[in-house]
Design a protein around this ligand. Structure first.
Ligand code: NAP
Length: 346
């Protein structure tokens, strides 16, 4: 993978600072008075940073919030309850680096949850060096893309995410990507899913590539779910801008004394950075649009590579083939664009 100007640590930090300083809001934040009572929301990676802030915000607005997190965070749900003043918060365990764990989460959601109205695919990771997921894939490819591909496919085919034309309920799927997707070259379908080792220097390149997979998937998902322009499921992808979170936890020890003050000073607090996510989840009118990409509070297109319909279709097929190796029963073949309909829905 060739290096571009946006995929070194220094350029990523300066780019993030520049984004923050030049931030011009064109969309109005969703007022606190906007409620989502009666809606059930799933947020991945909700124990930390942006995901936790989103969980608090959705719970405060009256949503029932399911926090899908790795083990080891027993206090996080209690904290979200305390900060939001809502008891309608529950913790579900999932390791997105393990497709078996994603399947187990879907099984649980299928049996315990009537429907999901809002799904926020937020979990993210930035490993210091190349690392493998449980099934042997590069970790960011697995967590940012493959797990989400399986999760959404299962939720749609199980009917846990489903449109309801009688009530006009349009589910919303929100994918937290990154402007780093613009630094990636075309997806290498000849080596799709192949693990390549990398060191500290190349971590951001792989991060950008994994987010390009996610952005390309978001566009393809939106096209498949909403043929002919009628929005049945609203798919939004976004970059929250630079967030003062735990994402850089694996940064080199020598860099941390420099990085942490920069993050504190120039990166947005998760509660502020959550504004575009809240917008995607709650803004009035967005349920009638799909394929929208937000950068901070601005709407713009994702990269041309992410919009490429040929790449989107190939990504869909190649990832279905990968998942079929690991998922029994063909649930993950992803061929059916329309959600399964549970009894009682149009
Ligand atoms: N921070 C930024 O400047 C920035 C900029 C653009 C986009 N983003 C995106 O924003 C999203 C949220 O990141 P953040 O900045 O809030 O970072 P964060 O504080 O590190 O939060 C990341 C969350 O993802 C979870 N996660 C990681 N690997 C997982 C796995 N295998 N299974 C389940 N959960 C997993 C983490 O859980 P653990 O705590 O258990 O590890 C954590 O809850 C990410 O998608 C990131 O790429 C961030």
């Amino acid at each position: 993978m060739p290096t571009t100007k946006r995929d070194t640590i220094l350029s990523a930090v300066t780019g993030a600072v520049a984004d923050r300083l030049s931030q011009r809001k064109t969309l109005s934040p969703v007022p606190e008075s906007v409620r989502i009572d009666g809606k059930t929301c799933l947020v991945t990676g909700a124990n930390s940073g942006l995901g936790k802030a989103v969980a608090v915000d959705l719970a405060r607005r009256g949503g029932r919030v399911l926090m899908a997190c790795r083990g080891g965070h027993p206090d996080a749900a209690e904290e979200v309850k305390r900060l939001s003043g809502s008891d309608a918060v529950a913790m579900l365990k999932v390791d997105l680096a393990d497709l078996g764990s994603v399947q187990a989460l879907c099984d649980r959601l299928e049996s315990d949850v009537e429907r999901l109205d809002i799904v926020v695919l937020n979990a993210g990771v930035m490993p210091r060096t190349g690392r493998r997921s449980a099934q042997g894939y590069e970790l960011m490819f697995a967590v940012h893309f493959l797990a989400n591909r399986l999760l959404i496919n299962r939720l749609l085919s199980d009917g846990t995410i489903r449109p309801d034309s009688r009530s006009g309920r349009v589910p919303r799927i929100v994918l937290v990507a990154s402007e780093a997707h613009r630094s990636a070259g075309p997806i290498d379908f000849d080596h799709f899913g192949a693990f390549t080792d990398y060191g500290l220097r190349d971590g951001l390149k792989h991060y950008g590539m994994s987010k390009l997979h996610l952005c390309t998937y978001a566009q393809e998902l939106s096209r498949r779910l909403n043929p002919g322009g009628e929005v049945r499921v609203a798919v939004t992808s976004l970059c929250p801008g630079a967030v003062n979170s735990n994402l850089a936890r694996e940064a080199p020890v020598l860099l941390k004394p420099l990085l942490h003050p920069i993050m504190r000073l120039f990166f947005a607090a998760p509660e502020k950075a959550a504004a575009p996510v809240t917008y995607a989840c709650c803004a009035d009118g967005l349920e009638r649009r799909s394929g929208v990409y937000l950068h901070l509070m601005q709407e713009k297109g994702p990269s041309a590579l992410a919009m490429d319909e040929g790449a989107g279709a190939r990504l869909w097929d190649e990832s279905a083939a990968l998942l079929a190796r690991h998922v029994k029963g063909g649930e993950a073949d992803g061929s059916g664009p329309m959600p399964h309909q549970r009894t009682g829905d149009a």
